[in-house]
Design a protein. Structure first.
Length: 629
């Protein structure tokens, strides 16, 4: 390998990305998540007797059928052992409801046997059971009950709804409307799933355990019960509040918060409130969902949102790291697009951060309500070079920096969407993924990347008070083996990359014991082929689980971390670079999901990641070698 080879590869990758830019300056790549959204679209269209999208439904049915394994179940990711019950339940239900599959079909019988053998419907994820309940296929009596009056508790109370994360709130509110009213939408074609119940179904409340005074959640449960005992007119106010909350957060395309999952729940929640299925708000929501459907080389999929701002910010930044001039047409168009997507209104994030003006960016193309710290730092990287010589861009950049700094949690780290929404008690609410969705804590990936931005692009160093607190958070949250856990990517490689590059950017010495320990860990998990590969199982077991193969994005993260720590000339990095330079990699490696939505349920294949992160790692390697000949 020589630098000329590296330079040639970087050039080819740059040219490919330049050619893929859209006329408006954005890049649009597939954001492929759970099959749940595909199944929900089929079910919702059938429940509402919508016939406008039959060609698309046929394609989604084909996607679900192709994803079924030979043993009858569906998986959330390739190496998942013994399948995924929730995925199997909702895919099976959607295929039945579509009318293109029958219970008697051999593959459907296999799926049915798997579901029964693994505990039936009641062992599936609560979001799946809610969708079945609202469509008359699962009893509401087996679902969690929280009174509408809980929504009315003011934010100055020790317990209130805004202690939940924004992600939880936007999904829970429409779910609460339908569950409180025990709303069901059925027709002659609604599947009968009674054969998927266990022989003795548990009809007791899922929250019965909270009645026990020894439970750490008993205090919370007693307060919720008090809210439930308020007069009937207060419950009606709860419905009014919930409806207003939803309507005020609908995006221009008709989706709720730009999430497909929340939009499905909104449709049923508003129907429960008395909205007609032909009302403008419902029809626009369906249209918004349809706009999220993409047909690619391998399948047709309904994205849970677009990843357009995220992809465009990262690509604009990575192209500049690869020495594409900020004066080029490509970068100018990208920056114009990104500037147009900066948020301008105070939204839910301001409840815990009331004195800061808006200035962040969101994840998707139509997101105006829900900025996040990751996208904000990604876009600010992309803007930095042009902001230096352009007053108006500098003003936007400065607003973004101010916003980002203001979102630091009291523990010193950064979370994803909001500030100080990490009430530990909520992690123990007895519903699936409470630890992952009910709260929005500081994480190593967010904290590390924000430190990397502050150090490399905003000229902060380890002596700055906010930076110092971020460093201390990372130190105190490093694992014994030297790794850090990343919340939004898979998983320990992701978090360790972010932490190392962040610490180094703000001036932490490469001989720092935390850096050395992390580097040693990365070296020990390198594969024989020179790459790195980590399983989605890591975030389920909270333990590093290797893949049997390497992936480009995880290899790039590891290599980039090692280069930042001064290991650019090491054999470990050279082997990693050689892996990235290899062509014609296996399809399994290319398509493996390296992003996380919800552990056990929602993993993400970012089509862009195999283009962005290898380009970054190769560019940083070229720069390092050029400077250290």
């Amino acid at each position: 390998m020589n630098l000329e080879t590296i330079q040639k590869d970087i050039f080819q990758r740059k040219e490919e990305l330049i050619q893929l830019q859209h006329i408006d300056g954005a890049w649009r790549f597939l954001f492929q998540g759970s099959l749940m959204t595909d199944a929900f679209f089929i079910i919702t269209c059938r429940a509402l007797n919508i016939t406008d999208y039959e060609e698309t439904i046929i394609k989604l049915v084909d996607t679900l059928k192709k994803a079924q394994t030979n043993t009858g179940y569906w998986k959330a990711y390739k190496d998942e052992t013994n399948g995924n019950l929730s995925s199997t339940v909702i895919a099976y239900t959607a295929l039945l409801y579509s009318g293109y599959c029958k219970k008697e079909d051999s593959k459907m019988q296999q799926a049915r046997s798997y579901i029964i053998a693994n505990g039936g419907l009641e062992k599936s994820h609560f979001m799946i059971r809610w969708m079945l309940s609202v469509n008359g296929m699962y009893p509401w009596s087996n679902m969690i009950y929280i009174p509408m009056t809980f929504l009315l508790l003011p934010t100055y109370q020790p317990i209130n709804f805004f202690q939940f994360s924004s992600y939880a709130r936007i999904h829970f509110i429409p779910m609460l409307i339908a569950s409180n009213k025990k709303y069901t939408l059925t027709n002659d074609n609604t599947p009968n799933l009674k054969d998927l119940f266990p022989k003795s179904i548990n009809t007791s409340s899922p929250l019965l355990v909270l009645e026990d005074d020894r439970s750490p959640l008993s205090f919370l449960w007693k307060e919720i019960k008090k809210a439930g005992a308020l007069p009937a007119y207060m419950h009606n106010l709860g419905y009014i509040y919930a409806e207003k909350y939803i309507v005020n957060r609908i995006e221009e395309d008709g989706t709720l918060y730009s999430y497909a999952s929340a939009t499905f729940f909104m449709i049923y929640g508003l129907l429960a409130q008395g909205y007609n299925k032909n009302s403008i708000i419902i029809k626009k929501a369906i249209s918004g969902l349809f706009s999220l459907i993409k047909s690619g080389e391998h399948n047709t999929h309904l994205e849970n949102s677009t990843s357009t701002v995220w992809d465009t910010g990262l690509i604009c930044y990575s192209l500049q790291e690869a020495k594409l001039s900020s004066d080029s047409k490509t970068i100018k168009k990208a920056i114009a697009y990104l500037l147009d997507k900066q948020h301008t209104k105070k939204a839910d994030w301001s409840i815990h951060n009331p004195h800061t003006p808006p200035g962040g960016w969101g994840f998707s193309a139509i997101n105006t309500n829900n900025p996040d710290n990751d996208d904000t730092s990604a876009v600010l990287r992309a803007l930095k070079q042009t902001a230096t010589n352009n007053q108006s861009i500098y003003y936007a950049w400065k607003k973004g920096v101010n916003y980002l700094l203001s979102m630091q949690n009291r523990d010193g780290g950064w979370g994803a969407f909001e500030k100080n929404t990490n009430w530990e008690l909520l992690q123990y609410v007895p519903i699936e993924n409470a630890r992952d969705a009910a709260v929005d804590p500081s994480t190593a990936d967010l904290t590390g990347r924000i430190l990397e931005f502050l150090g490399n692009f905003a000229e902060f160093n380890h002596s700055h008070p906010k930076v110092k607190r971020g460093i201390n958070w990372l130190y105190s949250n490093q694992n014994n083996d030297g790794s850090w856990y990343g919340r939004w990517g898979v998983c320990y490689i992701y978090g360790t990359w972010a932490a190392i590059t962040g610490l180094r950017a703000v001036g932490i010495n490469k001989n720092d014991k935390s850096i050395k320990k992390a580097i040693q860990w990365l070296k020990t998990i390198q594969h024989e082929d020179g790459g790195w590969g980590e399983s989605c199982q890591s975030c389920e077991k909270l333990l590093y689980i290797p893949l049997s193969f390497s992936t480009d994005s995880q290899t790039a993260w590891a290599v980039d971390a090692l280069i930042a720590a001064g290991e650019g000339k090491s054999n470990t990095v050279i082997k990693g670079i050689n892996y990235l330079l290899k062509k014609n990699k296996e399809k399994t490696s290319i398509l493996y999901p390296t992003g996380i939505g919800l552990p056990t349920q929602f993993y993400i294949y970012y089509e862009s990641y195999n283009k962005i992160f290898p380009l970054l790692a190769l560019s940083h390697f070229y720069k390092y070698m050029s400077e250290n000949l």
